[in-house]
Design a protein around this ligand. Structure first.
Ligand code: TYM
Length: 333
């Protein structure tokens, strides 16, 4: 059976980008067609300046939102990365296979490091080595497919390179995974800055729709979305990035295609209105289920405990095999 693994980082509140680019597909498609694992990758949240209490809170919220989005623990495995030691055990080995040049070439590293430096802050070493941990997340489970948004494809490519290199040097140990992406909304853009990705750790609140935003907040944010100076509603990511973004969001929410939808609108106002309503309707059940799940944390804890147990069982043999293959002496006993 196909094995799927993907993760989400608790560095901020989950956004519409996370949902349309990744989480919704995990719930609607992936968990039904494969042996799928979905992980709140909390160790990755420590790679930038962080507040311990906030990371803890956001980790629980992310796990609850995954369940509220429709991940069903009877169908898939949901767990928290730091509950399964195999991730960090394997990450070190992959740091011994990767080069520093490879890590420095990662676009996300370059962008985030530049941002941290511009703020006068220092860059944590873990921000540079992050892709080795991400590769470990994936390779520990013999993953075939990694459903992600566009911004993660470079990291998955690196994961493939590391798997192939390890296998060639030390003998076949890892499945070589591949990234899968949604047909539309693989890169939802910030409503205020349609040339930048809608990212959960960004500061520009008005351009980001959060999964837990109230309907009226969603309506306001979409109504104020930056559009382009022209008048026509055309699907052109280069010339009309703001409109193209709205068309992609609408298409993703309603199941249409952005090109076809562009022909149905004569005004930006009408497009914004329909997009806002489509987003409100898509997010409504998620918000409602989230509220219900928050009433009692015990069942969520239980899902995470069982998820971590299963994840550990799955990962241990592969990580043990990697330790042997790379030349480490097995502990006696
Ligand atoms: P993260 O937490 O930034 O995002 C989680 C998922 O949401 C997708 N995504 C988007 N898709 C479309 N438009 C957007 N604006 C948008 N923003 C985010 C991301 O592509 C991702 O699929 N490094 C990863 C987490 C991770 C991981 C892994 C993923 C760690 N280990 C192993 C897969 C497999 C990250 O920071 O995702």
């Amino acid at each position: 059976m196909t094995r799927i693994f993907s993760g989400i980082k608790p560095t901020g509140h989950l956004t519409l980008g996370n949902y349309l680019g990744a989480v919704r597909r995990w719930a609607e498609v992936d968990q039904h067609r494969a042996d799928a694992l979905f992980c709140v990758v909390d160790l990755h949240a420590l790679t930038v300046d962080h507040d311990p209490a906030r990371v803890r809170r956001l980790s629980r919220q992310a796990a609850t939102l995954l369940l509220a989005s429709g991940l069903d623990p009877e169908l898939c495995t949901v767990f928290v990365q730091s509950h399964v030691d195999e991730h960090t055990r394997l990450s070190y080995l992959l740091e011994c296979v990767a080069t520093d040049g490879e890590m420095r070439r990662m676009i996300q590293y370059k962008e985030k490091a530049a941002r941290e430096r511009a703020r006068g802050g220092s860059v944590r070493l873990s921000l540079l080595t992050y892709p080795a941990l991400m590769a470990a997340d994936i390779l520990a489970y013999g993953t075939d497919e990694v459903p992600v948004g566009d911004d993660q494809t470079q990291h998955v490519e690196l994961t493939r390179d590391l798997a192939v290199r390890f296998n060639q040097r030390y003998g076949h140990t890892f499945v070589v995974p591949r990234a899968t992406r949604p047909e539309v909304a693989a890169r939802v853009m910030n409503l205020q800055e349609p040339l930048s990705k809608m990212g959960k750790s960004d500061d520009s609140g008005p351009g980001i729709v959060y999964l837990l935003d109230e309907p009226d907040t969603v309506r306001k944010k979409v109504a104020r979305a930056v559009t382009d100076s022209g008048q026509d509603v055309a699907y052109d990511r280069e010339k009309q990035p703001g409109i193209a973004n709205l068309l992609e969001i609408l298409a993703s929410c309603t199941g249409g295609s952005p090109e076809a939808l562009s022909g149905e609108y004569r005004s930006y106002g009408a497009l914004k209105k329909d997009t806002a309503e489509a987003v409100v309707e898509v997010l409504r059940p998620v918000r409602e289920r989230h509220q219900a799940l928050c009433a009692d944390p015990a069942p969520v804890d239980d899902v995470l405990r069982r998820g971590a147990e299963r994840a550990r069982e799955l990962a241990r043999p592969t990580v043990d095999a990697a330790y042997r293959a790379i030349g480490l002496l097995p502990a006696a006993g």
